[in-house]
Design a protein around this ligand. Structure first.
Ligand code: HEM
Length: 204
């Protein structure tokens, strides 16, 4: 009898501890021990507290800034297609070049780093949930595109802006300038949707 009494609370504590690591709230049955006293530091839910809030705030700021920059990029590219004024077109070309590489790449990397840190301090992990894995892939692909695919198109844009400022005729803007604002904005919006709805459950 003594053996069976001592085994049961141990199993209960183990179950609670495992459930707590999974982020599941547990409540003790009325009149039963809570199990909290044995491992108070383990039963605290990971990811709770000020560090998580600060990281989440930073992550939201970087993600929001990144989306905002793509909206501005879209406005500048659209201006190239709809404006008849050579001065406006020249300024739009040069403004594109001004902020499209380093500021854009910086927020993409900061969003990635803050996202990775958030994954590490919350129950979501970095590879544990499918919605986080997909966001990680989107973030990495977009950062690689900004670093390696965007600069070529923007050099041509800078040159076109310079020539128009010097009095050259305004030609048709290259269609591939439409690609970054459309594709990246759509991918970022998808990442926002995934972040809020957190679909598809665990990946492992
Ligand atoms: C692709 C760009 C990204 C965008 C636009 C984005 C956006 C967001 C947003 C809006 C939230 C807040 C959701 C909420 O509180 O309901 C969030 C949370 C989160 N993000 Fe991202 N994110 C991105 C990239 C990443 C990456 C690369 C990771 C990790 C590898 C990541 C991991 C997380 C985690 C774990 C949370 C949940 C934090 C919590 O609720 O405690 N994110 N993200």
């Amino acid at each position: 009898m003594r053996g069976s009494r001592s085994a049961s609370p141990g199993r209960t504590t183990q179950r609670r501890y495992r459930a707590t690591l999974d982020g599941v709230h547990t409540t003790a049955a009325p009149g039963r021990p809570t199990g909290r006293t044995e491992h108070p530091q383990r039963t605290r839910r990971p990811g709770r507290g000020r560090a998580r809030k600060v990281l989440l705030l930073l992550h939201l700021v970087f993600a929001g800034a990144w989306l905002g920059m793509h909206v501005v990029l879209g406005v500048l590219v659209c201006t190239l297609f709809v404006s008849d004024d050579p001065r406006v077109i020249s300024v739009s070309y040069r403004a594109l070049v001004l902020f499209a590489i380093w500021p854009l790449l910086s927020v993409a990397l900061l969003c990635l780093l803050s996202g990775l840190a958030l994954g590490m301090v919350t129950k979501y992990g970095v590879l544990r949930y499918r919605w986080v894995v997909v966001k990680l892939a989107l973030n990495v692909v977009l950062a690689v595109l900004i670093a390696f695919a965007l600069p070529g198109g923007l050099e041509a844009a800078a040159l076109a802006g310079q020539r128009i400022a010097e009095g050259a005729a305004v030609g048709d803007p290259p269609l591939d300038l439409l690609f970054p604002p459309i594709v990246s904005t759509a991918a970022l919006l998808a990442a926002f949707v995934l972040s809020v709805f957190k679909p598809w459950g665990r990946s492992r």
